[in-house]
Design a protein around this ligand. Structure first.
Ligand SMILES: C[S@@+](CC[C@H](N)C(=O)[O-])C[C@H]1O[C@@H](n2cnc3c(N)ncnc32)[C@H](O)[C@@H]1O
Length: 294
């Protein structure tokens, strides 16, 4: 659980309030009001919502508050510890950062450092569905070499820009525009092994080449095969961090899928992807499962 998300480096990133099907968040200089189906309760701090610089409605798109700096809806940057991420409103209501993952980033940095000490070499990390790269950059900063895989070319370019902004452009990161499951299967056939695997599969998605023969993706159908593919490329004593925003799959089900796919699991720890606002409102956004294999 992240209480109010707190300060990560120089910029404050926090859930200010949630309710009435929406979430109000601060991302550094910009306060954003977006839909949140999980916020099926009353807003606790209705006054706070007046501070929103940006608002997203699925039917209307983005709008900026008159007179606010964010009125032009242009990209802005946030500092998260040592990282700099560029945020910008996307057509689907995203911003290029899932604040609920930030607590996992801290855990990931510790796992990478621990694995590096144990093996006395830079750990190899595979980041699947890697989006704009907060986990890739966290692992690289902690000393890992990283394979960053996402099927959207524009999103991979965005992640590379975040690496440049964070001073990590020269780190050993492979930027791969590819279907996650297909990439894992190929790595298995090549005999590649990773010390750590991070994956944040969407509930629904698409593979590389959508509309031109690319595969459609549905987590509930694909999860077991994907995890089996990951098990085949995970080194002994490796770690896995699986997060899922889907409300269709619960923590128990994820734990069971992970337990079945990784026969040598030593520890499985499932915890809710939950963020709590300063106002006290809590948003349940999915599950996070950390696996340590033997
Ligand atoms: C839920 S977001 C990932 C969030 C990210 N882990 C973070 O913390 O910011 C899903 C990402 O998966 C990508 N994606 C969707 N289907 C994919 C597939 N079949 N293979 C690879 N990437 C895919 C999307 O382009 C998107 O960037």
């Amino acid at each position: 659980m992240i209480r109010a998300m707190g300060d990560f480096g120089d910029d404050r990133i926090e859930l200010v309030d949630a309710g009435d099907g929406r979430r109000l968040e601060r991302f550094g200089a910009v306060v954003v009001d977006r839909p949140a189906p999980a916020a099926n309760f009353w807003q606790r701090d209705p006054e706070a919502w007046r501070a929103a610089d940006l608002r997203f409605d699925p039917e209307l798109g983005w709008s900026g508050r008159a007179g606010s700096d964010a009125g032009a809806i242009s990209p802005w940057q946030v500092r998260i510890g040592d990282l700099t991420m560029e945020l910008r409103p996307t057509s689907s209501g995203g911003l290029g950062l899932y604040p609920e993952h930030l607590a996992n980033s801290l855990r990931l940095a510790l796992d990478v450092a621990e694995r590096g000490r144990a093996t006395e070499r830079p750990p190899a990390v595979l980041n699947l569905f890697a989006h704009t790269g907060v986990h890739t950059l966290t692992a690289a900063r902690a000393g890992a070499s990283v394979a960053h895989v996402d099927s959207a070319r524009t999103v991979v370019a965005w992640a590379r820009r975040n690496a440049e902004l964070s001073g990590l452009a020269d780190r050993p990161i492979r930027w791969l525009v590819d279907d996650a499951a297909a990439f894992v299967a190929r790595e298995g056939r090549r005999g590649r092994r990773y010390d750590g695997i991070v994956l944040d599969p969407p509930s629904y998605g698409h593979g590389h080449g959508r509309g031109r023969g690319g595969r459609r993706w549905r987590l509930a159908d694909e999860l077991v095969a994907l995890l089996e593919g990951c098990a085949a490329v995970l080194a002994d004593d490796g770690f896995v961090l699986l997060t899922a925003h889907t409300t269709g799959i619960g923590g128990r089900e994820l734990e069971e899928s992970v337990g079945a796919a990784f026969p040598s699991v030593v520890r499985v720890e499932a915890s809710p992807l939950q963020i709590v606002a300063g106002s006290g409102a809590a948003l349940d956004l999915g599950w996070s499962v950390r696996v340590v294999a033997g």
